[in-house]
Design a protein. Structure first.
Length: 510
């Protein structure tokens, strides 16, 4: 269709409506794009073979003042696909980013088509009920609470921020909502491990508690919370007239996938009357796997749990979740005033509002993609995919330990494998090092080398690893939460690391 024909078709409709034939064409073109992408993502370079300058030349153009031909728009969308880092590629292991699935993607399309703002039951009755159902499903599936309350949000950072706000208001003395945080007579302290996600100290800053209120507790040789150090820190703060109020444990740390001893921490929180929050944004869905359930003992005792369906439940971004045990405590910080949000319904279900449980007012229909994914595949099939991801990580660790040029830097507890490359010459020097200073210098050299290796692997397009810093060692980090990843992909990835290392060594020798 030419531009002129397109303009006439638009003119015949009302405002921005599109004629039936053109709407069908538009739908077919974009469904085709999605269909083709799902079928070809494994064949694409993981990272685009392009530069920032090239993309700016391609897309940094003046705003269009007139309509453009659909075929040109579709062609540019294909170029966008070529310029994207592909989280759904079987050899993408960066950060904690999972692939989408067709059911989740098409559910997201339907949610955007309907475009409800899921603020309350009266704003979107069915969407509100679907979200409440999905929250209950998630609480049940991970063994937290079959009647869990909570809400969906943008991701783990927002879920953690909301949880800490609720925790603070549940434990603070005085009316902070009216008088401000300075009205608290004692400085309030919270306890995290040295492996905690960056969103936790950031939340303390945002809430006005200050990062100095965050007590960072050391971890053991598995990078898990040291519970005795935790007890000692709480006692010391109480002795200094401070007010401990919250412990944050990790059900799968972002760096290495470590699982804190949740049951022991739950017991400490209970005995000290502290709020117990679990950051399970990455790892909590692994509790769906039957053989993993003992690893998550204590999760059921938490006051709040965050988890991200857009991580290990394979649903599209954005979709995080905050699960809560006490609905009354959850509502305390969010008392809303304003005629425009006044609830006139009297029936219990119909008077429900999400603004009573979180920060956002306008909220998209995130629940539909989780609802659709769980219904289409079934929770057992998703749990099997999670279990297979964990098996892939253990396989990678086995291969790492089989090669003399690699060193495993953390035990694989969920689906993250952290390792580094060590040239034969440096390995011998490390073994022969006589003092801490010499070892620190050699580790610094290894850190720089592995950082260069990571960058070369990322830009090479064969695989994509991210990084973690573990006890001062720069780790090549593979987070495997991808149902497409196979053992052959793991082997190819380790080959890519070796090839990148040899290229760098050859360049340095030259």
């Amino acid at each position: 269709m030419s531009n002129a024909e397109h303009s006439r078709a638009v003119a015949r409709a009302s405002s921005l409506d599109i004629a039936d034939k053109e709407r069908r064409l538009l739908a077919n073109k974009f469904v085709e794009l999605a269909h083709d992408y799902f079928g070809s993502v494994a064949d694409l370079p993981v990272f685009p073979q392009t530069t920032g300058e090239a993309l700016a030349r391609q897309f940094d153009i003046p705003p269009p003042l007139e309509s453009e031909a659909l075929e040109n728009i579709v062609a540019d969308c294909r170029k966008i696909i070529e310029g994207i880092r592909h989280n759904g590629h079987p050899r993408f292991y960066g950060y904690v980013a999972s692939p989408s699935t067709p059911p989740g993607a098409f559910a997201d399309l339907l949610a955007s088509t309907i475009n409800p703002s899921v603020t309350s039951w009266r704003s979107s009755p069915a969407a509100t009920q679907i979200e409440r159902t999905v929250v209950r499903w998630l609480g049940s599936l991970i063994g937290y609470d079959e009647q869990a309350v909570g809400l969906l949000n943008s991701g783990g950072s927002m879920a953690n921020l909301t949880a800490l706000l609720i925790a603070h208001r549940a434990k603070v003395d005085g009316d902070v909502s009216q008088e401000g945080i300075g009205s608290s007579q004692q400085r309030m302290t919270m306890y995290v491990s040295d492996q905690v996600h960056m969103s936790i100290p950031k939340a303390a800053d945002v809430l006005g508690l200050g990062q100095k209120s965050v007590r960072v507790i050391p971890t053991d040789d598995r990078f898990c919370f040291d519970v005795q150090a935790l007890r000692d820190a709480i006692d010391a703060d109480r002795g200094n007239n401070l007010k401990p109020f919250c412990i944050v444990a990790s059900a799968g740390t972002a760096a290495s996938g470590a699982l804190d001893p949740l049951a022991e921490i739950a017991d400490i929180a209970r005995k000290n009357n502290l709020w117990f929050h679990i950051d399970g944004a990455y790892g909590a869905p692994a509790a769906m796997v039957t053989q993993c359930k003992p690893m998550f003992r204590g999760l059921e005792a938490a006051d709040s749990v965050s988890l991200d369906p857009h991580k290990w439940l394979y649903t599209p971004v954005d979709c995080g979740c905050l699960l809560l045990r006490d609905a009354a405590a959850a509502r305390k910080p969010f008392v809303a005033e304003g005629e425009y949000v006044k609830v006139h319904e009297t029936a219990e279900l119909e008077s429900f509002a999400f603004w009573d449980y979180g920060i956002e007012l306008s909220r998209r229909f995130r629940a539909l993609k989780v609802w659709m994914t769980l219904r289409y595949y079934g929770a057992r099939r998703i749990a099997e995919a999670i279990a297979e991801d964990m098996a892939m990580a253990k396989y990678m660790a086995e291969r790492v330990e089989a090669y003399p040029e690699f060193e495993l830097l953390a035990p694989v507890q969920l689906s993250i494998c952290c390792f580094r490359y060590i040239p034969t010459s440096l390995r011998a020097r490390l073994a022969a090092a006589h003092n801490d200073g010499e070892r620190a210098d050699l580790n610094s050299q290894l850190n720089r080398l592995n950082e260069r290796i990571m960058h070369k692997v990322q830009r090479g397009g064969r695989a994509y690893l991210s990084n973690a810093m573990l006890r001062g060692k720069f780790a090549l980090r593979a987070c495997i939460i991808n149902f497409r990843t196979t053992r052959a992909d793991i082997d190819l990835t380790l080959d890519a690391v070796r090839d990148a290392a040899r290229e760098i060594e050859t360049q340095d020798d030259g």
